[in-house]
Unconditional design. Structure first.
Length: 381
């Protein structure tokens, strides 16, 4: 099965690239905020705009993946448009240009996410064994590398425009290595009666809510962890980026084991104990005020959230009643709506109280994941 093996490599690399772009962006949010003199509410609103554009892109890219093939849509988007997302943010010289760049970032990054998950579901089915968690492990690895390089860039005072430019060039060159890998994706004719925005229905609704809670927590950590550490500990940007870095590394480690764990214990039990681990990490985060225990807290949250989204996408991609592109887009619409609402909620709470107070949302989300975990099993429906 050489094509499947090559495609597994291609999907893994594209997941890593998508994660690296997000990690690069997340690690330099303090610098972007400083350059444009953004308040917590203003920053939260900008990230909210990225979420809105992503939600619209989910359905567009999901249907494109069904009609033209997930592999084609993924490879072209990752090679041609993903590198431009960082370039536009880097050279935005006004708040309005920054807003436009962030909207473009949200649409392309979100759309690429749906397309690559649809392709991953196809490769998983052709391999006839769980692979989704390992693909998402590569996303976490990429995010950790992106955040780590961002921390080093901030520590050595490398300007954000230069950092983003170099990252974009590297991403483009790396993506060229997979664009010619052959894979015959499944195709489906466009359904003219389907709504423009894919909304989860029936058994997928509970799955979407679980994804919503997990992505809201992940988005809060990605976009606010650095600012949280600066607020609580008064440390520099380089040290503050360590929060998301350890979070991403732990997500990566857990996702590497996720397929085996899920195969042994089942998706529902795996999600249940994952929610418990995230809850413990959240409590540690809100209890201590020194760097080491706070990094432990971020690490446990990373371990706890790690497999939730892969399990949800795998569940959606294998639904018997809905095409994979539409099913995954519908999960992403509500699930990644957490990325839309999370930063805005955290920003608004922080504006009127404090960053630390806004992080009380994390243990609540972990508890909901624990309670709804049974719905990740197809047998539950």
């Amino acid at each position: 099965m050489p094509v499947v093996r090559n495609s597994r490599f291609a999907v893994s690399l594209i997941f890593a690239i998508n994660g690296a772009v997000f990690g690069t962006w997340a690690s330099r949010i303090p610098a972007i905020s400083t350059i444009h003199d953004l308040s917590p509410a203003s920053l939260g609103f900008l990230i909210f705009l990225a979420g809105v554009s992503a939600v619209i892109a989910f359905s567009v890219f999901g249907r494109a993946a069904d009609r033209y093939g997930a592999s084609i849509v993924t490879k072209r988007t990752t090679c041609l448009f993903i590198p431009l997302t960082l370039i536009f943010i880097a050279y935005a010289n006004s708040i309005w240009m920054l807003a436009a760049a962030v909207i473009f970032f949200g649409a392309i990054h979100g759309g690429d996410d749906v397309a690559m998950n649809a392709w991953a579901a196809e490769v998983e089915r052709k391999n006839e064994r769980p692979l989704m968690s390992s693909f998402h492990a590569m996303w976490s690895l990429g995010a950790g590398i992106g955040a780590g390089l961002g921390a080093l860039s901030a520590f050595y005072e490398i300007g954000m425009p230069m950092h983003f430019t170099i990252s974009s060039i590297v991403i483009f060159l790396v993506t060229l290595s997979v664009v010619t890998i052959p894979f015959q994706s499944e195709k489906k004719e466009k359904d003219s009666k389907a709504p423009f925005i894919s909304i989860p229905k029936g058994s997928l609704l509970a799955v979407a809510f679980i994804t919503f809670f997990a992505s809201l927590g992940e988005g809060a950590v990605a976009d606010w962890s650095a600012i949280f550490l600066i607020s609580v500990l008064s440390i520099n940007d380089g040290s503050a980026a360590l929060g998301y870095t350890v979070f991403s590394i732990c997500m990566f480690a857990m996702r590497l084991m996720g397929d085996r764990i899920s195969f042994k214990f089942g998706p529902s039990k795996t999600a249940r104990y994952s929610g418990l681990v995230a809850l413990i990490g959240s409590i540690i985060l809100l209890t201590f005020e020194s760097l080491f225990p706070l990094l432990i807290g971020f690490s446990l949250i990373g371990l706890g959230i790690a497999v939730i989204i892969p399990l949800a996408f795998s569940r959606a991609g294998n639904d018997k009643n809905i095409s994979q592109g539409v099913a995954i887009a519908s999960i992403a619409t509500l699930g990644y709506g957490g990325m839309l609402l999370g930063p805005l909620i955290v920003g608004l709470i922080a504006e009127f109280t404090s960053i630390k107070t806004s992080f009380f949302i994390l243990p609540i989300l972990a508890l909901f994941i624990f309670l709804l975990s049974k719905h990740l099993s197809i047998k539950a429906h």
